[in-house]
Write a protein that binds this ligand. Structure first.
Ligand code: NDP
Length: 449
C-alpha cells in the first residue's frame, strides 16, 4: 500500500487534499485487495485513483464596473464505471485542482453507496460569489457554462450543488446550457421547482445526515431526542441538519461561518433557525448578526492563530461538522472525546483531517464519514434525474420517504461491509469497502478501457 501511495503522490505533486482522500480509502480496502489477487494484475488501485477526464478552463467575465475579471474553471470526471458522472460544483476562492480531485474521488464511493447508477465527478471555480451582485453572478455563470456545456450532458455528466452554488447559480447555469444546446434537459440537479427540480433536494444532504446519525445511535439503543448538538457552518447542509435535528427533539447549540461561531445555550429553535435562514439566504449576511436579535447568545470570532477551534470544546452529545474540509484537527477531536461526545457525523466532505479521524477511531464514539452520512444529497439528485426523465414530480412525503430508506440502506451496507472485513463498527472502513467493491466489479466487467 505504501508503494501505491508514493506512486500517487509522485504523479500528483502538491495535491495534498487529493492525497488525503486517497489515503483514507486505500488503508480500508487492503483486506479486499489481499482477498482478490487479480486486482493487482488489473492495476485497480492505479486506475481508480486516476481521473478519467480533467478539464481546466478560463472564465472571463465583466463586473458591474465594466472591469474584465478572470477565473479558472474545473471539471474532473473521476470514474464512470457504474453510470454517468454526477457530482457537485463549488464556487469558492480556495478551489484548486487538488480540491476538485479530492471531491470527485470521494464522490465515486458516495454515489456507489446510494445504490444508484451514478459515476463520480466534481467541478467548480476559484470565483468568490461573496459580495457580488446577482448580475455579476449571472455573467460569471454564463461564461462558465459557455465552456463547460461541451463536456456535460444528461447521459454523460450531471452537475449538482456544493459550496457557493445554490438555486440562483443553478438557474443561471441551466438557462445558459438551454440556450446554447436548445434543449431543456436534466444536466443540473438542485433546480428550482419551476425548472423541474425535486422537492426535498435542498434539504436532502442535511436531512439525510440526520437520518444516518439516528441509525447510528439506534445501534446503541439511543435516539436524537434531547441530545445537545454542535453544528458548524450555516449554509445549505448546516441549515437543514439543524431543521431536522430540532424536529427530532434535539437541542442545537451552535452554528458558524468562516468568520466565527454563535453559541446559544438556550438552543436554536425553529423560530431562531428561520431568522438564520433569512439572514444567510436572502440578506446574504454573516452569522454574527444572530446576536442583533438574540443578544443572550455568544459570538466568537475565528482566530486563525489558534491550533484548535474553541467551538469543538463546548460540552455536547453530538457534533455535526457541516462547513468545509479539514475543519476538525486532532486537537479538536481530542476535545470532543474528552467531553464525551457520543457521535460525530460529517455533513461536509472530509471535514475531519486524518489525525482527527484516527482519534475518533481509537475512541468509543460513533464516527460517521461524510461519503456515507452526506450521500442523501446526491441520492435525491438521482431521484430528481429519475423524475425529470419521467416528466413527473413526486410529492414531498414520497421523496422524503425514499431518502430515509436510502440512508437506512447505506447505514446497513457500511456496517455489513465493515463486519465482513474485520472492521466491526468502523463506518469509515465499511463505506470505503462497500463503495469500492461495487465500482471495482463494474470496472472488471467492462474490461481494460
Ligand atoms: P454552502 O455554501 O451553502 O455553505 C457553506 C458553509 O460553510 C457556510 O456557512 C460557509 O461560511 C462555511 N465555510 C465554507 N468554507 C469554510 C471554511 N474554510 N472555514 C469555515 N467555514 C467555511 O455549502 P453547503 O452547505 O452546500 O456545503 C457544505 C459542505 O457540505 C461542503 O463540504 C460540501 O462539499 C458538503 N456537501 C454539500 C452537499 C449539498 O448538497 N450542498 C452535498 C454533499 C456534501 P462562509 O459563508 O463564511 O463562507
Amino acid at each position: 500500500m505504501s508503494e501505491i501511495l508514493s506512486f500517487i503522490k509522485t504523479k500528483n505533486p502538491g495535491e495534498h487534499e487529493f492525497h488525503q482522500a486517497v489515503e483514507n480509502v486505500i488503508h480500508s480496502v487492503k483486506p479486499l485487495i489481499d482477498r482478490n489477487p487479480e486486482y493487482r494484475q488489473e492495476a485497480i488501485l492505479k486506475r481508480i485513483t486516476e481521473p478519467e477526464k480533467v478539464f481546466m478552463f478560463c472564465i472571463p467575465w465583466v463586473d458591474d464596473q465594466g472591469q474584465v475579471q478572470m477565473n479558472r474553471g474545473f471539471r474532473v470526471g473521476m470514474n464512470s464505471a457504474i453510470g454517468p458522472y454526477v457530482g457537485g460544483l463549488r464556487f469558492h476562492p480556495s478551489v484548486t485542482l487538488s480540491i476538485i480531485k479530492f471531491l470527485a474521488f470521494e464522490q465515486v464511493f458516495k454515489n456507489a453507496l446510494t445504490t444508484m447508477n451514478m459515476g463520480g465527478a466534481s467541478g467548480g471555480s476559484d470565483f468568490d460569489p461573496k459580495g457580488r451582485s446577482d448580475r455579476e453572478i449571472m455573467r460569471f455563470c454564463q461564461s462558465f457554462m459557455a465552456e463547460l456545456h461541451r463536456h456535460i450532458g444528461p447521459n454523460k455528466d450531471i452537475l449538482t450543488a456544493d459550496i457557493g452554488v445554490g438555486a440562483r447559480e443553478i438557474g443561471f447555469l441551466f438557462g445558459m446550457y438551454k440556450k446554447i444546446n436548445s434543449e431543456f434537459s436534466g444536466i443540473l440537479t438542485g433546480k428550482s421547482l419551476t425548472l423541474g427540480g425535486s422537492l426535498i433536494r435542498p434539504e436532502a444532504t442535511g436531512y439525510g445526515m440526520v437520518y444516518f446519525a439516528s441509525e447510528m445511535l439506534s445501534t446503541r439503543n439511543q435516539t436524537l431526542a434531547g441530545k445537545t448538538c454542535l453544528i458548524s457552518g450555516s449554509g445549505n447542509v448546516a441549515q437543514h441538519a439543524a431543521e431536522k435535528l430540532i424536529e427530532m427533539g434535539a437541542k442545537v447549540l451552535t452554528m458558524s461561518d468562516s468568520a466565527g461561531y454563535i453559541y446559544d445555550e438556550e438552543g436554536i429553535d425553529a423560530g431562531k433557525l428561520d431568522y438564520i435562514k433569512r439572514l444567510k439566504n436572502f440578506r446574504r449576511g454573516r452569522i454574527k448578526a444572530y446576536l442583533d436579535k438574540y443578544s443572550d447568545a455568544l459570538y466568537v470570532e475565528t482566530d486563525a492563530t489558534l491550533d484548535h477551534q474553541p467551538m469543538w470544546d463546548i460540552a455536547a452529545d453530538c457534533a455535526f461538522p457541516c462547513a468545509s474540509h479539514n475543519e476538525i484537527n486532532a486537537a479538536d477531536a481530542g476535545h470532543l472525546v474528552k467531553n464525551k461526545v457520543r457521535l460525530v457525523c460529517e455533513g461536509a466532505d472530509m471535514p475531519c483531517d486524518a489525525d482527527a479521524v484516527g482519534v475518533f477511531l481509537e475512541s468509543n464514539l460513533l464516527y460517521g464519514p461524510g461519503k456515507a452520512a452526506n450521500a442523501g444529497g446526491v441520492a435525491v439528485s438521482g431521484l430528481e434525474m429519475a423524475q425529470n426523465s419521467m416528466r413527473l414530480s413526486w410529492p414531498r412525503e414520497e421523496v422524503d420517504q425514499r431518502l430515509k430508506t436510502i440512508m437506512k440502506r447505506i447505514h446497513k451496507s457500511c456496517l455489513e461491509a465493515a463486519e465482513a472485513y474485520g472492521f466491526s463498527g468502523n463506518y469509515l472502513a465499511g463505506a470505503n469497502i462497500a463503495g469500492f467493491d461495487k465500482v471495482v466489479n463494474a470496472m472488471l466487467d467492462q474490461g481494460v478501457i
